[in-house]
Design a binder for this molecule. Structure first.
Ligand SMILES: CC(C)(COP(=O)(O)OP(=O)(O)OC[C@H]1O[C@@H](n2cnc3c(N)ncnc32)[C@H](O)[C@@H]1OP(=O)(O)O)[C@@H](O)C(=O)NCCC(=O)NCCS
Length: 153
């Protein structure tokens, strides 16, 4: 699992029970998963086609630090299935509790909105990065190392 984004719950994120609104949680997950899918596949054109079941296991209050993690479940021909997890992070202990988790599927599209193939290079690169760096998204230094190793960029 790799960290994709961190968010602090604000007052305007709350619903009528003073917990973070469920729709807001789903939106944050979709944002994180969509941007993760786009970065992995080198394209901004990734559409959410399916979100699996979600259970809201823990309430989120104002000030909670939320961390969203993800990993690839599988690449298809035009689709990419991700496992996504949102956790509450305790700054005092470093402990994390799962707020919710689900699988989300994205489809790569062309300019007309039609599904198109995700390249083999993208799939091989993800596996290569997972093996060498333990994650699919690299920082600048890691990207340089990857280039030096002359692998699949
Ligand atoms: C995404 C979209 C272009 C796919 O078009 P389509 O003609 O249905 O394409 P296909 O039937 O060929 O399916 C494309 C891929 O999605 C997968 N897919 C289709 N229905 C699915 C479902 N219910 N669950 C999981 N995957 C599904 C297919 O298996 C295929 O994957 P593969 O190529 O890896 O095997 C079209 O459904 C669409 O525009 N949906 C709206 C998306 C949207 O607006 N999302 C919200 C905003 S991002």
């Amino acid at each position: 699992m790799e960290l994709i984004t961190t968010y602090i719950c604000k007052e305007f994120d709350l619903g009528i029970h003073n917990n973070m609104f469920g729709g807001r949680i789903m939106s944050l997950l979709d944002d994180a998963a969509g941007s993760y899918a786009s970065q992995l596949c080198d394209t901004p054109r990734m559409l959410t086609i399916k979100v699996d079941e979600l259970t809201f296991k823990k309430a989120v209050k104002v000030g909670s630090i939320l961390k969203i993690y993800g990993r690839v479940v599988k690449f298809g021909n035009t689709s990419l299935q991700l496992y996504m997890e949102m956790r509450k992070h305790n700054v005092y202990t470093g402990e994390q509790e799962i707020v919710t988790s689900t699988n989300m599927t994205f489809v790569r599209i062309d300019e007309e909105g039609n599904a198109i193939t995700i390249s083999e290079r993208v799939k091989l690169r993800y596996n290569d990065r997972l093996k060498n760096f333990g994650k699919g998204l690299l920082n600048t230094e890691e990207t340089s190392k990857e280039k030096e190793r002359n692998t699949l960029i």
